[in-house]
Write a protein that binds this ligand. Sequence first.
Ligand code: GLC
Length: 740
Amino acid sequence: MTMTERELRILLNDMSLEEKVGQMVQLPGQNYGSFAAVTGKAEKKEDGQPILDQAGSTLGIYGAEKLKKIQKAYMEKQPHHIPLMFMLDVIHGYETAFQCPLGMGASFDPELVKKCAEIAAKEAAAGGIHVTFSPMADLARDARWGRVMESTGEDPWLNGKMAAAMVEGFQGENRNQTGKVSSCVKHFAAYGAATAGLDYTNVELSEHTLREYYLKAYQEGIHAGCDMVMTSFNTWNGVPSTGNPWLMKEVLRKEMGFDGIVISDWGAVGEMVNHGFCEDRKEAAERALKAGVDIDMCSDCYADYLVDLVREGVIDEKEIDEAVYRILLLKNELGLFENPYKDADEQREKELFLCEGHRRTAREMVQKSAVLLKNEEDGKAGKLLPLNPAEKIAFIGPYIEGEDMRSSWVVTGSAKNSVSICQAAKEAFREDQICFAKGCTLLDNDTLLNGSEYHSDSWEEDNDRLLCEAIQTAKQADVVVLCLGEQNHQSGEATSRTHLTLPKIQRTLLSEISKVNPRIVTVIFSGRPLELSEVETHSKAMLEVWMPGTEGGHGIMDLLTGVCSPSGKLTMSFPYTVGQEPMSYSQFTSGRPCPKGSKAPFLTRYLDCSTAPLYPFGYGLSYTDFSISEPTLDRTEMQAGETIVASVTVANGGKRTGCEVVQLYIQDVAASCVRPVKELKGFRRVELAPGEAQRVTFSISEEMLRFHRGDGSFGSEPGKFRLWIGNSSEDGEAREFFLY
Ligand code: GLC
């Protein structure tokens, strides 16, 4: 059974200062295991160093057999036999890799997102993991920032729903249960607003903007009960999060009610010296501790200086005790004092990893997260998708086989367990119906990636040959499915980009194929919004599949063949050009808004581009034809404590069953500070058979209209509001109502 609070206090009081500080140190897994996933600058300590027997946790190592051995050896040396905590980035799957989070968000299905997290937790727990560094709840509105891939997009309210779903999936009712792990909401705070989309830099936001938009999703993760919060690499208004007592104590703990463990991001304590916030690493240790950071991830500042800082009277040992108690408490809540191996179990690994049920859920997430961006009429046969089984189909492009469809944040498992497009096509069609060609390399030569560079000496001649083969293949077919996209390490950490187009070699392939066969379906793999105008020009149909993971081939083929209809909706705006970034549907208007198509002078506009996105937030097509009636309101006036019920009828006027995501947006027309032109306040996934119709209602309450007002208080303000109910952020007829 777990230890009582009294027993924990006795243990704490019996620990030496060195031992207490050890619990606040997290070392890279390299110090304990041969292989470890490296997601930061990892240094292996000399054998025999005391800290190796004192560190409270490690990250990046996994596997039941390995971790049980490490734990046994470690506890024999740890002075009070306190178990080591094993942490890992199980961002969207462990052995079974699910769709990346930006794709998961597009499913608009929090229940399914939760189910994916539950499965990830089961597999990770069997592999010996206690804590996952997920969900990432950063608001992501700048596609130049590669980490948008790990977010669920540009809307704070939707991100909050998704973050809560993941926390609940990972932790369940009690993380002590089998198959549960602790979750860690990150990166606190506002990492998504990094200047120019660059990692590890600065964020300049007003306190109002921080509170109104950027903190919301973290708050939902905390309300869902996350055990940990991770500090972000960035500064906010000149102060690194990792050294900001106002942000980490006043806001995070007092206002947002977080009482768990605060862990720094990898090396972030020491990096406060690079930021120019601390003279040296000793000062960094002091400032991080005083800001409330309980665990120093891999910077060694705590290991090197905390004991001295206490002995010198700079830090009160009581602050150390508070941090260490939280760490011991989590180990206790995980049941580690009772069973330091928790769920680590080789037999369960065999039973759970990539099992049929897990693959089925991964496949379902691909089906629901892919977004149909275009599906043009194609002569008498109707639209190009779903594919006509009577036709000959050429699958062309670097993503048909051999490329890892899992995101760069899958640190476990193997791409060889993934189902490729080729494999799925061979399962779905007769051999004589399909043909394949790689068409080109995925990357242009000499492409820089995070810590590596792609180069091939034979790149030129290889691509000449691949293009010729692809053109011949396209000529033989009735329709071409072109599988293009980012390489999986072109989004994720430290992958900021100033251009969002596909690699030139892929754009050449698309252009050349379109000359010999214009009936092109382009399937796009990406971890971020890309510039797709050129793809749009050359394609009759387009399907955005993100980084679909282990069951990518199956899920995509289900959609291409019409086993199911696409229902995903974008959770980030896709720009015409990167010059529009950062962007969001939920932006403010201006003093001189520019009516669509207006050429009048002195208005808010770009001279060379629309201010609107190519594809907006909430957008996604289906294989059937949905209609959504104009909204009716049961009343148009309300006061606090009352609600307005807004209703629409959704009808399936097409020939196929499909699922529509009906979205509710609200605008506060005039307030004590400017408000977004609209904000997502509700959504429903509605599945309808052909000819079926359903009434969908949304209850609007005064609470939904509250915001951080111009005077800093929080609440609603009387006045005029507008609402829309539609199939995207650009759809629906406005209706007005009043709050008194
Ligand atoms: C990385 C990432 C963070 C991750 C951590 C541990 O630098 O910023 O998201 O959880 O280090 O791998």
